[in-house]
Design a protein around this ligand. Structure first.
Ligand code: ADP
Length: 257
């Protein structure tokens, strides 16, 4: 992977600008700084390695050199009402691209992409503010392509896998990147539609199963996962038979013991 081959592979997409790094701390950090200094809509930061990649809640996201996809897309002036849906848009774009390879992905709400029940990719969305308005969004995606991109089991709270492991064959990283970006751009205009929400809900992992949502140290909800509402909040039926919702935010979802 290098800047030239990437430019060529992505040349049919309406990407405004591209910055490639052989190694970077975090593509989201680069993209946040770039967005703050005026990067246009659909600018892309991509790295062959992240040395301090982040998950949510400042958890670490592993991106060993030459094995994975780590990139961040900048969206300018997002419609505030649709913000909570953007994480679904990113996860669905990865799922769309996996379907091309006959892999049925599921979305572990809100931000993880599972293949055969194991985590193969994640999404981290961060915001650039201008006063009280959202100026731009940075959509970070990390995808485990080769087997060596999977962190050691002792570093994981949830099992992980790679696309090549699931496919049993090699996968061209640049081509897969192209497919994910292309799916994202194609789906973006549908963000406000019911059809989009249905596509997202149809792919939810653990639907109909008992899960636990951990909001913080002292607040957890356990119940049957029913679906998502129009804002992308997760709907659960708790032990008392009441429907409760959890907003897209820094909450963690696990299958209930
Ligand atoms: P979750 O949504 O599962 O709570 P995050 O989305 O915040 O987790 O992702 C960070 C977590 O993902 C880390 O704590 C680590 O356990 C796990 N992780 C880190 N890198 C990878 C990777 N390349 N593939 C799969 N899982 C990873």
């Amino acid at each position: 992977m290098n800047a030239q081959t990437l430019q060529k592979k992505l040349s049919d997409l309406p990407l405004e600008r591209l910055r490639y790094f052989e190694s970077v701390g975090s593509t989201n950090d680069e993209a946040l700084a770039w967005a703050a200094s005026g990067a246009p809509d659909l600018s892309l930061v991509i790295a062959d390695e992240q040395t301090s990649g982040r998950g949510r809640l400042n958890r670490k996201w592993f991106t060993p050199k030459g094995t994975a996809l780590a990139f961040s897309l900048i969206l300018r002036s997002p419609a505030p009402a649709l913000l909570p849906r953007t994480v679904g848009l990113a996860a669905l774009s990865i799922a769309d691209s996996l379907l091309v390879h006959q892999l049925a992905a599921r979305i572990k709400w809100p931000n993880d992409v599972l293949v055969n029940g194991r985590k193969a990719g994640g999404v981290l969305i961060e915001t650039v503010w201008s006063g009280t308005e959202i100026d731009s969004l940075v959509i970070g995606m990390g995808i485990n392509v080769q087997r060596d991109s999977v962190p050691p089991a002792e570093d994981l709270q949830f099992p992980a896998t790679s696309l090549e492991e699931e496919l049993g064959r090699a996968l061209d990283r640049e081509e897969f990147l192209h497919d994910v970006l292309s799916a994202f751009i194609a789906r973006r205009p549908q963000l406000g539609t019911d059809a989009f929400m249905k596509d997202w809900e149809d792919l939810l992992a653990f639907r109909g199963e008992r899960v636990q949502i951990r909001v913080n140290e002292s607040e957890t909800h356990t119940g049957e996962l029913l679906g998502i509402d129009s804002r992308g909040a997760l709907r659960l039926r708790n032990e008392h038979g009441n429907v409760v919702t959890a907003q897209v935010g820094d909450v963690s979802l696990r299958p209930a013991a």
